[in-house]
Design a protein around this ligand. Structure first.
Ligand SMILES: *Cc1c(COP(=O)(O)O)cnc(C)c1O
Length: 424
């Protein structure tokens, strides 16, 4: 294959995206020209339908006031239930196992209130050494909350010498050897930095064999790779919806609790009026009547204006289908990889994301061997390409299958070749 503009455009004609359903920002000072937006792993683009769905809720509020709880076109009282089916399909769950609520780090904490139950003998939390900082802060603060010494409690698994990604087999081996002290395993399904997809079922099995609870942060996995959380027997999971799920900055997050924990009254939980059975919600009694679904972890009445974009986006994922997206994602990411190999062959950079499509999602992380990632991303932007810099030397490129094109990937590879130094 030759990596030129006509070739990229031909691939777009035969393997199109859903780009026309999104608002793609223009290249600064070049109106009419769209950015090659490869930062959807940081903040996804706005679907065209979002504004009209938000306007519908504003209209109902203007027209109905409080009566909108029951009489809005999509009544607000049971609004969160509309998200249940499409969210469950997206992550491979039963409908009762998922709920949309809060933001991701809040959900990590709410889940840990129930599922991090340390004892003096078994209190370790296993995370990856390259965990996203918020996850690291969250588990450290949970250790403190339970009165444990943080450095004795939080175990950060490192990649092998000379490697960037944490190998799933090494996590499994660690749990087999040291699992008896581990209370909770909490890893990113797809690592935000390296773009590596871990073997979620194998690590979950290994954690369970060791007697630990296994939770997953799916911030970079939800909407990116197919998931089967129920069948994989994951205990719990949480994810945000503003990355691959295109629901807007700070959008409402998701959470999953496996069926076998639903209705377990021995689990401690933080509760509020949205935890209770809806039929008792307005009886105003002092005690919660818990429901046997993930809704039991809700606290407050959901923010409808924040839920509307999530619902619109989940419906879009449902229409397109995760398997279709994944298939296109593998083709598009492979194209970007080959274009980088070809067009940047004499540039000082190295792809640190696993080369096997089964071990990654829609992200390639590129390590610069000499250049500064921030400067490179600024130079890319001047060329109409949006990428993401991780200081000091990693540039992340996410060819998101929902709206990125082969032409975007070709532009990104060509621009990198222009702005990165030659190999020394
Ligand atoms: C994006 C991301 C977050 C962000 O947390 P918020 O609570 O949504 O601000 C947390 N963890 C991981 C792994 C992420 O990728």
């Amino acid at each position: 294959m030759t990596f030129d503009e006509p070739g990229a455009l031909a691939l777009d004609a035969s393997d199109p995206s859903q780009r026309e359903q999104f608002l793609v920002p223009p290249v600064p000072d070049r109106p009419g020209e769209e950015l090659a937006y490869l930062a959807g792993n940081s903040l996804g683009l706005q679907p065209r339908v979002t504004a009209e769905r938000l306007a519908a809720e504003l209209d109902d509020w203007a027209r109905l006031g409080v009566e909108g709880h029951l009489e809005a076109e999509r009544p607000w009282l049971p609004y969160h239930e509309l998200l249940r089916e499409p969210a469950a399909k997206l992550v491979g769950a039963r409908p009762a196992e998922v709920v949309a609520m809060n933001s991701l780090t809040v959900n990590l904490h709410l889940m840990m209130v129930s599922f991090y139950r340390p004892t003096p003998e078994r209190h370790a939390i296993v995370i990856e050494d390259t965990a996203f900082p918020s996850d690291s802060y969250a588990v450290r603060s949970q250790a403190v909350l339970h009165g444990f010494d943080v450095d004795q409690t939080v175990i950060r698994l490192k990649a092998r010498e000379g490697e960037t990604g944490l190998r799933s087999e090494d996590v499994v081996a660690f749990l087999a050897e040291h699992g008896e002290k581990v209370a909770l395993v909490l890893l990113g399904g797809v690592n935000y930095y390296s773009g590596e997809l871990l073997d979620i079922p194998a690590i979950t099995r290994a954690g369970h064999a060791a007697g630990a609870v296994v939770g997953w942060d799916l911030a970079h996995a939800a909407g990116n790779v197919p998931l089967q959380l129920h069948d994989w027997d994951v205990d719990w999971a949480a994810w945000c919806t503003y990355k691959y799920l295109n629901s807007g900055p700070g959008a409402i997050a998701g959470a999953f609790v496996h069926e076998r924990h639903l209705g377990d009254r021995s689990l401690p939980r933080l509760e509020g009026w949205w935890s209770t059975d809806p039929s008792t919600r307005f009886t105003m009694g002092p005690e919660v009547t818990p429901v046997a679904s993930a809704d039991a972890w809700q606290l407050s009445n959901p923010p409808i204006l924040a839920m509307a974009p999530v619902l619109a986006s989940l419906e879009m994922f449902d229409r397109v289908g995760m398997d279709t997206l994944r298939a296109r994602s593998e083709r598009l990411t492979a194209y970007l990889e080959q274009a980088l190999d070809e067009l940047c062959a004499d540039r000082a950079l190295q792809i640190i994301t696993p080369r096997e499509p089964s071990r990654r999602g829609a992200q390639l992380s590129v390590r610069l061997l000499g250049d500064d990632a921030g400067e490179v991303c600024r130079a890319l932007r001047e060329r109409g390409v949006i990428a993401d810099a991780r200081q000091p030397d990693v540039v992340r490129l996410a060819p998101v299958p929902m709206y990125c094109t082969y032409h975007d990937c070709w532009r990104a590879a060509r621009a990198l070749a222009e702005v990165v130094s030659a190999r020394g």
